[in-house]
Design a protein around this ligand. Structure first.
Ligand SMILES: CCC/C=C/C=C/C(=O)SCCNC(=O)CCNC(=O)[C@H](O)C(C)(C)COP(=O)(O)OP(=O)(O)OC[C@H]1O[C@@H](n2cnc3c(N)ncnc32)[C@H](O)[C@@H]1OP(=O)(O)O
Length: 308
């Protein structure tokens, strides 16, 4: 019975997934072609799981990772079979941040004949690296990130661009960039102050590079829930993703886009944007379907929504 359900879920969803991924949609055992640092699977209908997959290097972010993330999330954004993403890390920890070996041999290598050209090329490279995490926000599909163990440097840049953050009791977070002699330049300094209420705490973390453990991450608002271990966290992340995937994709994607818009604009501007948004989106058939189910005290899970 279960294998029949899995088979039919795969048949419904396999179009987007590369062949390798479709074959092992319930578990990941390595990077998924064409990626070398990411494992992309479909653990349940309409849910895509993206896993950092360099466990032997503690999921350090090498050169391939920075561009694979962009390709992966652009595909997810355009995939009508995906309504929500669960993002996690394979192995002992979530991520050790930027690959320090690659950073020395690649990013920091000067390219250009003089200071102006070297600077210009470096600027382009930094902008490209920023896009690696901005794609998480630009994709209209909500991203639930599940952190276990260490989340260092680039890991904090990554999770602050996600929509919902969960962690295990053994998780710790570190804005490590000051320790390696740079100001974090791919999202942490811009997004963390919008995630955590206390500006003083953000400043402290970013200026000292100290570790923040799970309990403080929860009390400060960096994560919304803490779990005993990775297994419990992943079960909860997938359950949460299932709740999101069961709702109208028009409503869910519109909610993500408008929450982000409101974060970066004044209330009057965001209300104006919302009104323009919903002048078309309120005309969706999803609204009547959902309202009728609510009147009949039925779960949204009973409704079939068109792909988006
Ligand atoms: C324009 C770009 C902007 C981006 C900026 C981003 C900045 C940052 O991310 S700053 C943070 C940099 N990261 C670090 O400083 C962390 C360094 N690693 C560690 O402290 C430890 O490895 C860690 C606590 C994460 C895990 O310790 P554990 O004892 O479990 O493992 P190790 O034996 O130390 O490591 C296992 C193998 O992984 C390799 N590795 C770990 N981290 C990195 C890394 N950041 N870069 C490259 N490689 C890493 C480590 O060398 C081991 O490899 P091997 O010796 O081949 O087994």
């Amino acid at each position: 019975m279960l294998s029949g359900i899995v088979r039919s879920a795969l048949m419904n969803n396999r179009r987007w997934l590369p062949a390798h991924a479709a074959l092992r949609a319930m578990s990941s055992t390595g990077p998924t072609s064409p990626y070398t640092t990411l494992s992309v699977t479909r653990p349940a209908q309409s849910i895509t799981q993206v896993e950092l997959y360099r466990p032997e290097k503690r999921n350090a972010m090498n050169t391939a990772f920075w561009s694979e993330m962009v390709d992966c999330f652009n595909e997810i954004a355009a995939d009508p079979h995906c309504r929500v993403v669960v993002f996690c890390g394979a192995g002992k920890i979530f991520t050790a941040g930027i690959d320090l070996m690659d950073m020395a041999s690649n990013i920091l290598q000067p390219e250009g004949d003089d200071t102006a050209r070297i600077s210009w090329n470096l600027r382009k490279k930094i902008s490209k690296y920023q896009e690696t995490f901005s794609v998480l926000e630009k994709s209209p599909k909500p991203v639930v990130v599940a952190v276990h163990g260490a989340c260092i440097g680039g890991g904090v840049d990554l999770i602050t661009a996600c929509d919902i953050r969960l962690c295990t009791q053994d998780a710790w977070f570190q804005v490590k960039e000051v320790d390696i002699g740079l100001a974090a330049d791919v999202g942490t300094l811009q997004r963390l102050p919008k995630v955590i209420g206390s500006r003083s705490l953000v400043n402290e973390l970013a200026l000292t590079g100290r570790k923040m453990y799970a309990d403080e991450a929860k009390s400060s608002g960096l994560v919304s829930r803490v779990f005993a271990d990775r297994e419990a966290m992943m079960a909860a992340a997938l359950e949460m993703a299932g709740e999101i995937a069961a709702r109208s994709p028009v409503a869910v994607q519109g909610t993500k886009i408008n929450l982000l818009y409101a974060r970066d604009h004044s209330v009057p501007e965001a209300l104006d944007y919302m009104a323009t948004w919903n002048m078309s989106m309120l005309q969706t058939q999803d609204l009547m379907k959902s309202a009728q189910a609510a009147m009949e005290k039925k779960s949204p899970k009973t409704i079939t929504f068109s792909k988006l």
